[in-house]
Design a protein around this ligand. Structure first.
Ligand SMILES: [Zn+2]
Length: 277
């Protein structure tokens, strides 16, 4: 079976899951399209992905940045904290990966057996996600208007993406769990210090993001996770390319760092998690 047919069959088996982004009615699968009762129609692409946006949204992610990100994530930069989330799943859940990017962590989560959907606002990111050999289903969608019916997901995972917490609460079922990973002050510190030493960008605090999350979910727990990830010299350039942190850095600083790369990079994050009552 071709990928487009596999993914359409998967979506049909999950139905009703998707809500029309135009009229919010439940959508059904017809051949390789999702169609609502008012005949709004969204076709699957060859790779089995679907775009729910009316108009493309331009993001800062280029194909080059996304490919660099794919290589670094495949090498395992995020593996320890993604594994920590995966270890808490039974594999029987339906899971949504919010802002899934090029999809490598989504594929890892899908390996648990969870029925997994990843979405991102970037069409180039979802195109790249569509090349992965994974049972996960990928779509282009808007965080603030999720194309899913209410109370459909057992687990939401949000790795470094902005939160739309009222939408999160709407699509999560009662008793569902939310895992959100945010960078902490030491995240990619070799990069931050190399690019921004002596400026206000040399330090980072997640206090505002964390307090907004804890206001929405006061019962959440916070688990710090940190480790050093060994980086080969040729991989370091990918690391610099993949992160928004380096996009506005002075060219000379960026070059100096590439000429003298660190041998490891510090990963310092916090895992925020809660169960919806
Ligand atoms: Zn519709």
């Amino acid at each position: 079976m071709r990928k487009i047919e596999q993914k359409a069959a998967w979506a049909a088996a999950q139905s009703p899951l998707f809500a029309c982004p135009v009229c919010h009615e439940p959508m059904q699968v017809a051949a390789t399209s999702l169609v609502c009762p008012q005949a709004h129609r969204f076709d699957l692409a060859k790779k089995g992905t679907v775009n729910f946006l009316n108009a493309p949204v331009k993001t800062e992610y280029t194909a080059e940045m996304l490919s660099a990100r794919r290589r670094v994530l495949e090498a395992g930069l995020f593996r320890p904290f993604v594994a920590q989330i995966a270890a808490q799943l039974t594999g029987r859940e339906r899971l949504l990966d919010v802002g899934c990017g090029e999809g490598t962590p989504t594929a890892t989560l899908a390996q648990t057996g969870a029925s997994t959907v990843g979405f991102d606002i970037s069409a180039p990111a979802i195109n790249l996600a569509g090349t992965l050999a994974t049972p996960a289903f990928f779509c282009v969608a808007d965080l603030a208007r999720l194309p899913f019916l209410a109370a459909q997901f057992d687990v939401l995972v949000d790795l470094f993406s902005p939160g739309a917490y009222s939408e999160f609460k709407r699509v999560l079922r009662p008793g569902g769990r939310l895992f959100k990973v945010i960078p902490a002050s030491g995240y990619l510190r070799e990069l931050r210090q190399g690019l921004y030493a002596g400026t206000a960008k040399a330090t980072y605090s997640n206090a505002a993001v964390k307090s907004r999350f804890l206001q929405a979910f006061p019962e959440a727990t916070v688990t710090p996770i940190s480790y050093d990830f060994a980086v080969a010299a040729e991989q370091f350039e990918d690391l610099v390319t993949m992160t928004p942190l380096s996009w506005q850095a002075p060219v000379a600083k960026r070059q100096a760092l590439l000429d003298n790369p660190p041998t490891s990079i510090h990963v310092d994050v916090e895992l925020l998690q809660m169960t919806l009552s």
